[in-house]
Design a protein around this ligand. Structure first.
Ligand code: PLP
Length: 339
């Protein structure tokens, strides 16, 4: 059996042979060529398919480490603030480990699939009358004063686990790409990729993309009321913002903004032309690449952070397909199919 990512990269991760590992066999996700996107961009573009992780997002890479560490420390419960995917992942790994899990989510602001996942795994969902940034501030305070493990990406183990995605990209390409495009919310993942690349002695240029309505790292100040269709990156005060800026500075990249319209165009393009359905936040990486260009790169990797089926509502509002009603009658069917 293929091992989970801690076993696979044990030499690079803070776990020893005696540690009990909580794994759902995350990691080892495909790197898929994107021919239509490559043609539009004028460079070879590959997609790191992080939706292939057990709960459908890259958060599982960090969660296997964060929850394994929580078990090692004797925690009985884990907690996080979440725009959805961290909640789903935390609830799944907590269930696997026999820990209780509570998640604080902005009320009414997370995609239905992610909420369903969290509830199915037995997570306690607390719907906060406030945004993600407020939720994170509150769970940090709670975890400081109670014996509950905080599993947001402010937890170092999360970054350690997530850096393994960079290792895999290097293995699959036989070296780093010239450019990495990645959506940025709380800025944990861009921090993790940069750590992974530098630990392997590589330095691709890092381009992070935020939604225009939630672009604190582009504006240079926090956003009080972040707004975007891409709920996973609807964050106004990224906890690892400074590290994200350091990553782009050191690598010769940038953090840039894309509009919701550009995100939705990329979202549909990937589904219709590449046959791959990603969630809107993931499409922000592609939107950024399409908007700003490959910047001289030959090889580009876009990090496709999560699966499209998690957010059915956005899909039903913005899809390219059609539903045609049909009477149970052959002429009507012919007309419906061919007309
Ligand atoms: C969490 C998440 C992001 C943002 O990652 P950060 O580490 O918060 O920057 C992007 N896309 C998806 C699908 C996510 O779940």
């Amino acid at each position: 059996m293929r091992p989970g990512l801690i076993e696979r990269y044990r030499d690079h991760l803070p776990f020893g042979p005696q540690d009990t590992l909580v794994t759902l066999l995350e990691g080892g996700t495909p790197l898929l060529r994107a021919p239509m996107l490559s043609e539009r961009v004028g460079a070879e573009v590959c997609l790191k398919l992080e939706g292939a992780n057990p709960t459908g997002s890259f958060k599982d890479r960090g969660m296997t480490c964060a929850v394994s560490a929580a078990v090692r420390e004797g925690a009985e419960a884990v907690i996080c603030a979440s725009t959805g995917n961290t909640a789903a992942s935390a609830a799944a790994y907590a269930a696997r480990a026999g820990l209780r899990c509570a998640v604080l989510v902005p009320d009414g602001k997370i995609a239905m699939g992610k909420l369903a996942q969290t509830l199915m795994h037995g997570g306690r969902v607390i719907a906060l009358q406030g945004n993600f940034d407020k939720a994170l501030q509150m769970v940090r305070e709670l975890a400081d004063t109670h014996p509950i493990a905080l599993v947001n990406s402010v937890n170092e183990f999360r970054i350690e686990g997530q850096k393994t995605a960079a290792f895999e990209v290097i293995e699959d390409l036989d070296g780093a790409p010239d450019v990495l495009c990645i959506p940025v919310g709380n800025a944990g993942n861009i921090t993790a990729y940069w750590r992974g690349f530098t630990e392997m002695g590589t330095a691709p240029r890092m381009f992070g993309f935020q939604a225009e309505g939630a672009a604190p790292l582009v504006l240079g100040h926090p956003v009080e009321h972040p707004e975007t269709v891409a709920s996973a990156i609807r964050i106004g005060k990224p906890a690892r913002g400074d590290q994200a800026l350091q990553a782009v500075r050191e690598s010769g990249g940038a953090i840039r903004a894309v509009s919701d319209a550009e995100i939705l165009d990329a979202y549909r393009f990937m589904a219709v032309k590449e046959g791959m359905f990603f969630e809107p936040a993931s499409a922000a990486a592609v939107a950024g690449l399409l908007k700003y260009g490959h910047d001289g790169a030959k090889r580009v990797v876009c990090v496709m952070t999560g699966r499209g089926i998690k957010d059915q509502q956005t899909a039903m509002e913005h899809h390219a397909g059609s539903i045609i009603p049909c009477e149970p009658d052959m002429d009507a069917l012919v007309e419906a199919v061919l007309g």
